[in-house]
Design a protein around this ligand. Structure first.
Ligand SMILES: NC(=O)c1ccc[n+]([C@@H]2O[C@H](COP(=O)([O-])OP(=O)(O)OC[C@H]3O[C@@H](n4cnc5c(N)ncnc54)[C@H](OP(=O)(O)O)[C@@H]3O)[C@@H](O)[C@H]2O)c1
Length: 298
């Protein structure tokens, strides 16, 4: 107990890795990355240490929280994510954590909450009732989620999703990580009790995603809307996702179709002091993942 350290969870993932990188130079406080397998971490910035542990094991977390005052809380999507985060919060509060910055999801802010946001909203409520100082980050659909389609695009030049005309102000997970680092490093009470909607700079349709990927890879890429019942039926086998996750993915696209994530906010640019990355930036950085698969010589 005691101390002013920062603990980062999810450090090997899309958002958490950005948090670790972006904390460098922003804080003089000791930073610990809580990780199941330190070998999965890239080279750590100076002054950052890794601590092995599993978020499902309270004793691991308690040991890692020695000397920690501030925690970045990220858990992966899980059918019991709300209960899981409540347990983590109880452990953190008992270990003396004073402030938590929680990664949530934009769909937690829908009325009523949609998709993965339903469990995030319950976890947000548990955080608000926990007695610690808190900030909630609600990012929209990650541009990185487009990589789920990269295999189809690379192999056959088209992709499908259960959405037609819906537009989404998709956000780059790297920017979300950097924004989290800004909030973690800045102990100012203005962040306390704040729920921040983090979006990309413009709303794009999936037809425009296809056009952007096509332009970057110098070929025609097409988008095909997938009827929702078809998506529910084929996605479990096509993607290997469990049914509860497919149900949430289909509902997420239904919320996007209804315009729930189509309004960009200035919050990310304000936190970062620069414009957030665009769809074009993301596609350019990941061009190789979308590029046509070369024919194998026989
Ligand atoms: N995808 C989207 O479009 C989107 C949009 C808004 C919000 N979100 C939210 O973002 C969150 C996911 O963030 P992400 O995409 O950055 O995650 P990610 O890339 O899938 O990484 C998940 C991280 O959690 C760690 N982890 C998983 N189980 C663990 C355990 N038992 N103990 C310790 N660490 C564990 C993983 O570590 P290992 O290396 O050990 O596996 C990894 O670092 C979810 O809560 C989701 O709802 C996603």
């Amino acid at each position: 107990m005691g101390g002013d350290g920062i603990l980062v969870t999810g450090g090997t993932g899309r958002v958490g890795s950005g948090v670790v990188t972006a904390l460098q130079g922003r804080t003089a406080r000791p930073v610990t990355v809580f990780v199941r397998d330190p070998a999965r971490l890239g080279p750590l910035p100076a002054g950052v240490r890794a601590r092995r542990g599993d978020l499902r094991v309270p004793a691991d977390l308690t040991a890692a929280l020695d000397g920690v005052a501030t925690m970045f809380l990220l858990t992966p999507d899980d059918p019991a994510q709300d209960a899981w985060e409540s347990e983590i919060l109880a452990t953190a509060a008992a270990a003396g954590v004073e402030r938590v910055v929680k990664l949530s999801a934009h769909s937690a802010g829908c009325t009523p909450p949609r998709s993965f946001g339903r469990l995030h909203r319950r976890a947000e409520e548990a955080l608000a009732a926990s007695g610690v100082r808190w900030t909630v980050l609600r990012p929209t659909f990650f541009l990185q989620s487009l990589l789920l389609f990269s295999g189809d695009i690379a192999a056959r030049g088209w992709f499908a999703a259960p959405v037609r005309h819906g537009r989404v102000a998709a956000v780059d997970a790297r920017d979300v990580g950097e924004a989290a680092a800004v909030v973690l490093a800045d102990d100012d009470p203005r962040h306390d009790g704040a729920t921040l909607e983090l979006t990309g700079p413009q709303a794009v349709s999936f037809g425009e995603v296809a056009a952007a990927v096509g332009a970057a890879t110098d070929r025609a890429v097409r988008f095909r809307p997938l009827p929702r019942p078809v998506a529910r039926a084929v996605l479990p086998r096509a993607t290997g996702m469990p049914r509860w996750m497919v149900a949430n993915v289909v509902d997420l696209f239904a919320a996007i179709e209804a315009g729930a994530q189509s309004r960009p906010t200035p919050t990310l640019a304000t936190l970062l002091g620069r414009p957030p990355r665009t769809l074009g930036d993301f596609v350019a950085d990941h061009r190789d993942r979308f590029a046509p698969v070369p024919a194998v010589a026989r």
